[in-house]
Design a protein around this ligand. Structure first.
Ligand SMILES: C[S@@+](CC[C@H](N)C(=O)[O-])C[C@H]1O[C@@H](n2cnc3c(N)ncnc32)[C@H](O)[C@@H]1O
Length: 327
C-alpha cells in the first residue's frame, strides 16, 4: 500500500539506473530478487520523551515528526532520535503545516480517564482527543493509532470519535498487558484504524523479564525522609513493596512517582526497613527502555517522563504489526 507521501520517492527510485545505489531504501532479501523497503513514515503526537517512539522504530517504522509541548521532553527526544521534533501546542497546530505521513500515532494524556481523575472530579475526557481526531479527519492517513488507559472506554464520545471515522476499519485491543514482557502491571487500550481490513495479531505471550533482572547491582536511590515515615505506618496508605525473591512484579509506573517516592518500593534487605525506591534506571527498565537512552533534566523529570510513557514492547508490537500491514 503506497500513500501520496511515498509516491514521489518511488518514482525517484525507478529512475535510478543501478539499484545498488539505493542505500538504506532498498533491502535485498534475496540476492537475485531486490525488494523495495519503502519507509513507513510515521508522525507521533503528544510524544513525551519518546518511549512509544523507541518501540515503533524498533518495530520497523520510520519516525518523521514528533509533536510535544514540553521543552524537557523535546530535549530528551532530540538527544535520542534523529528525526524532527516540533515543540508546539497541538491544539494550535494546523494540520496543513505538518509533513504527510502514512501513520499517525497519538498518546494524549490520560489523567481524565484514570481512576485518579475520578477522585479529583476532573473526569470529563473532552479535550485533546478532538485535536487528534481533527488531524486524522483532515489528513486521512493510511493508518492511525491511539494508546490510552482502558478507562477511556467509559467515554462514549471519545470512543465514537476514535472508532467511527468513515472509511476506516478499526481494531480495538484491550487490555494490552505490558506484564507479558516486563515486570510491571500496566494495562492499556490500543486502537488501530486502517484504510483496509487487516487481521491484526494480538501481542504474543513471552517469558517476561523478571523484577530481579532489572534491578541494579549497587543501587544508590535518593531516599527522602518521608520514605521511612511511610514504612513506619505514619501515613494512611502503606507503600506497595514488590519483592523480587517472591517473583513479584512492580505496580504501574506513574508520572507522580517523582513527587512521592515512598508509594512504590522494592524489597532490598541492604536498606533500612528492608525496602527502597526504584532508581531512575530501574524505573526506565520497568518500561523496557534501553540503558543507552538518556533523559534530559533532573531525576524528577526523568521519573515523570518514564511514568507518562508507553512501555517500549507495546510500541514495538504495534510497529511490527504495522510493518506487516504495509509489507
Ligand atoms: C502520555 S504522555 C506521552 C508519552 C509518550 N508517548 C511516551 O511514550 O513517552 C502525553 C504527553 O502529551 C504532552 N501534551 C499535553 N498537552 C499537549 C499539547 N496541547 N500539545 C502537545 N503536547 C501536549 C504532555 O507534555 C505529555 O508529554
Amino acid at each position: 500500500m503506497i500513500c501520496n507521501a511515498t509516491k514521489p520517492l518511488l518514482r525517484k527510485i525507478s529512475y535510478l539506473p543501478n539499484t545498488q545505489c539505493l542505500g538504506s531504501i532498498v533491502g535485498f532479501l534475496e540476492v537475485r530478487k531486490p525488494v523495495l523497503m519503502i519507509p513507513i513514515l510515521t508522525n507521533t503526537y503528544f510524544s513525551g520523551a519518546g518511549l512509544m517512539d523507541i518501540g515503533l522504530q524498533a518495530g520497523g517504522l520510520t519516525l518523521q515528526q514528533s509533536f510535544e509541548i514540553e521543552a524537557i521532553c523535546c530535549d530528551s527526544l532530540r538527544r535520542n532520535f534523529s528525526h524532527e521534533v516540533v515543540q508546539c501546542d497541538i491544539t494550535k497546530k494546523l494540520v496543513s503545516s505538518e509533513k504527510e505521513c502514512q501513520v499517525m500515532v497519538a498518546t494524549y494524556p490520560c489523567t481524565k480517564y484514570s481512576p485518579i481523575g475520578d477522585i479529583h472530579r476532573v473526569r470529563t475526557g473532552d479535550d485533546l482527543f478532538l485535536h487528534f481526531f481533527r488531524h486524522v479527519a483532515i489528513r486521512r492517513p493510511e493508518l492511525y493509532v491511539v494508546e490510552n488507559v482502558p478507562g477511556m472506554k467509559k467515554f462514549p464520545v471519545v470512543m465514537e470519535a476514535m472508532t467511527k471515522l468513515p472509511d476506516y476499519y478499526v481494531h480495538v485491543a484491550c487490555p494490552v498487558k505490558s506484564s507479558i514482557w516486563l515486570p510491571q502491571k500496566r494495562d492499556r487500550l490500543i486502537i488501530i484504524g486502517s484504510r483496509r481490513n487487516f487481521a491484526w495479531r494480538e501481542p504474543k505471550s513471552e517469558k517476561p523479564v523478571t523484577l530481579a533482572e532489572i534491578l541494579e547491582p549497587d543501587p544508590a536511590p535518593h531516599i527522602p525522609d518521608y520514605v521511612g515515615r511511610r514504612l513506619a505506618g505514619k501515613y494512611r496508605d502503606r507503600p506497595i513493596i514488590s519483592d523480587p525473591q517472591r517473583g513479584d512484579i512492580a505496580p504501574t509506573c506513574v508520572a507522580h512517582y517523582a513527587k512521592d517516592l515512598s508509594t512504590r518500593l522494592v524489597a532490598d534487605r541492604r536498606f533500612p526497613r528492608g525496602a527502597r525506591p526504584y532508581t531512575v534506571r530501574e524505573y526506565a527498565r520497568l518500561q523496557g527502555v534501553p540503558d543507552s537512552f538518556e533523559f534530559s533534566g533532573s531525576s524528577n523529570d526523568a521519573y515523570r517522563m518514564i511514568g507518562n510513557g508507553v512501555s517500549v514492547p507495546v510500541g514495538k508490537w504495534i510497529g511490527a504489526e504495522i510493518t506487516r500491514y504495509f509489507r
